[in-house]
Design a protein around this ligand. Structure first.
Ligand code: PLP
Length: 415
């Protein structure tokens, strides 16, 4: 039978057959730390491949050895995740942060330069400015809207271009949905690559993937996720993922084996459960987000609504939006007139929408970036990227949009 074309049709079956496990329709949770070899010769052959002592034979699969290296739940999950991004390989991690820090540790050495987009997720920003800089990595940020020429001039002025090893971007930027042009970053990576030294481009696609944007198809070498968000989608687990071509992923997987930061079989099983409904969840969330955005755009208490579905064709981000995204997404932010007091009054009056950080879950979540997720940023940067005292970030869940709007309306009018 030809394989169904659409990833959502394969999430219930790809990489697993019921006859392998007593007819069980769902893969069992393989709660084991280690796997028995049939013979000593087989154990030797598996280790040779796992440690890269010889090339893998054409039809040879890496045999199951030990759950830090591989486990059926980990492997089936990684095979299924590859389908959404059309990636050659995938590595899943015990958190988004462990995926991100493993990427940095593998692709950056002391003396190298990292170029990164601003603003970044707080944990990523902390790892860059409190760990990478400490070990002698030169870290240079750039803002949404800066041109290729401006970014390259900054690298050259600091004589950091010839040591450029990695470009790391997060787009849309959290919490204001500013866009970073992946094609432009690819051009920068190519401009500084030489025949001996390739500059890699990695994109954190947590906000829009793996459904509405596919950075690997847009020129990125690696795509990263906090799988805690849309991929997990139920606020009940922490996980991360990296996807890319075989060669870069081999490097990532070897480092993961020795850092030991893979997820448990149980977390992998939960993520497979989540992938079955990924598309229906995300599509519903995006439909409701549009309705909520329409409501907010007409409220006099609200200004500066940041919602990608309403970008004006004349705005500079519009061309990037059309190239990179197939939906306006389900994340939005807006300012409430009246600053922090008005924002807090509004937050304290919401009932259905939960006041909590994180995003991409079945329940809608709301938070106040200036005093919560982005509290650690210097004031100057907060101002530059639009994190004002009145700014509110909303992650839309799968509730009926009428109930969400009623909740928002009551909280706005409570002021
Ligand atoms: C949450 C998040 C992370 C960190 O992921 P964890 O799973 O919390 O470790 C990284 N990037 C983005 C964009 C996120 O939203």
């Amino acid at each position: 039978m030809a394989r169904p074309k659409h990833p959502e049709s394969q999430m219930m079956s790809f990489g697993y057959r019921p006859e392998w496990s007593e007819g069980s329709v769902k893969p069992p949770v393989f709660m084991t730390s280690t796997f028995a070899f049939k013979t000593a010769e087989e154990g030797k052959a598996f280790f040779e491949v796992a440690y890269g002592l010889r090339e893998q034979g054409e039809d040879e699969k890496l045999g199951l050895i030990y759950s830090r290296i591989n486990n059926p739940n980990l492997e089936i999950l990684e095979d299924r995740l590859c389908l959404w991004d059309e990636a050659e390989d995938c590595a899943v991690f015990e958190s988004g942060m462990s995926a991100i820090s493993t990427l940095f540790l593998e692709f950056l050495k002391p003396g190298d330069t990292l170029l990164y987009s601003l603003p970044l997720y707080g944990g990523t920003e902390h790892f860059i400015n409190h760990f990478l800089t400490e070990i002698g990595v030169r870290c240079i940020g750039f803002y949404p809207g800066e041109t290729k020429e401006e970014v390259m001039a900054r690298l050259d002025a600091q004589k950091a271009g010839d040591k450029l090893a990695l470009i790391y971007v997060e787009t849309p930027a959290n919490p204001t949905n500013d866009l970073i042009d992946i094609a432009m970053c690819k051009e920068i990576a190519e401009a500084y690559s030489t025949s001996e030294r390739k500059v890699y481009l990695a994109a954190d696609n947590t906000y829009m993937g793996p459904l509405w944007s596919h950075p690997l198809q847009l020129g990125a070498d690696l795509v990263l996720y906090s799988a805690t968000k849309y991929i997990g989608g139920h606020s009940d687990l922490i996980a991360g993922a990296i996807l890319g071509g075989c060669e870069v992923m081999q490097r990532i997987k070897v480092l993961r084996t020795f850092l030991g930061n893979m997820p448990s079989p149980h977390t992998c099983w939960l993520l497979m459960r989540s992938l079955e409904t990924l598309k229906v969840r995300m599509e519903q969330q995006a439909r409701s987000a549009r309705k909520v955005a329409e409501f907010l755009s007409e409220r006099e208490e609200v200004e500066h609504l940041h919602y990608l579905g309403f970008l004006e064709e004349t705005s500079p981000d519009y061309a990037i939006y059309r190239r990179q995204y197939s939906s306006g997404g389900a994340m939005l932010s807006f300012e409430i007139k009246g600053g922090e007091p008005a924002a807090f009054r509004f937050l304290n009056h919401l009932k259905l929408i939960k006041l909590a950080v994180s995003l991409g879950s079945t329940e809608s979540l709301v938070q106040h970036p200036a005093t919560m997720t982005h509290v650690g940023l210097p004031n100057e940067m907060k101002q530059r990227i639009g994190i004002t005292p009145g700014l509110i970030r909303l992650s839309i869940g799968v509730e009926h949009h009428e109930d969400l709007i009623a909740d928002l309306k009551r909280a706005l009018e409570a002021g």
